[in-house]
Design a protein around this ligand. Structure first.
Ligand code: GDP
Length: 193
């Protein structure tokens, strides 16, 4: 791969309710850090990252767009979705409401985005319930999980979404989520090639 900067450029969009951690996932991916108190008015809107898919011998440049505050409009302009190859549909594993609302975010994506878009459902804030024991709330202020893996997995399967639980705070599965979606996109490229 000497001399090659990247083989593909893929546009990713990140959607989901306010405060589920969309900006934090983007900052974690592109900057390997976590902000405990990000300023919502200064939400990251765009970030890019090179990832390598070794078995394909390919370097892929991800261009990721965050909805950055537009959640309140519940519908985002078509231009935001245009050309997107991948979508992270994010909910917070400690917020049932954010999981319920993921349905309408998905409807929005399906209405506006390319029908072949690869979508990965991401249950964020896994660190808040990583103990999985009954005394979670007592241990260091951890919050209770409100969406089970099984339920999210089932819904993802029904909707033909990839699925992963992640934490922007610890970094767990963040790059992996983008990598899984990228692999899926590349496999579609091969099918039409
Ligand atoms: P957005 O509105 O969806 O972009 O959400 P933000 O990225 O602004 O995050 C909202 C709040 O959740 C902030 O206080 C973040 O620090 C916090 N947050 C984001 N991701 C995580 C995570 O993985 N774990 C924990 N514990 N907090 C998170």
């Amino acid at each position: 791969m000497a001399g090659v900067q990247w083989h593909y450029v893929l546009k990713f969009i990140i959607t989901g309710d306010a405060a589920v951690g969309k900006s934090s996932l983007l900052v974690r991916l592109t900057d390997q850090r976590f902000l405990a108190n990000p300023d919502p008015t200064l939400g990251v809107e765009f970030g890019s990252k090179l990832i390598t898919i070794p078995e394909e011998n390919k370097i892929v440049k991800l261009q990721c767009w965050d909805t950055a505050g537009t959640e309140s409009f519940r519908s985002i302009t078509r231009s935001y979705y245009r050309g997107a190859a991948g979508c992270l549909l994010v909910y917070d594993v400690t917020s049932r409401q954010s999981f319920v609302n993921a349905r309408s975010w998905l409807a929005d994506v399906r209405e506006h985005a390319d029908p072949h878009l690869t979508c990965i459902l991401v249950g964020n804030k896994l660190d808040l319930c990583s103990d999985e024991s009954s005394d979670g709330a007592a241990a260091g202020g951890k919050r209770k999980r409100e969406v089970s893996i099984e339920e999210a997995e089932l819904w993802a399967k029904e909707e033909n979404l990839l699925f992963v639980e992640a934490s922007a705070k610890s970094g767990e599965n963040v790059e992996a989520a983008f990598e899984r979606a990228t692999r899926d996109i590349l496999s579609k490229v091969h099918r039409v090639a």
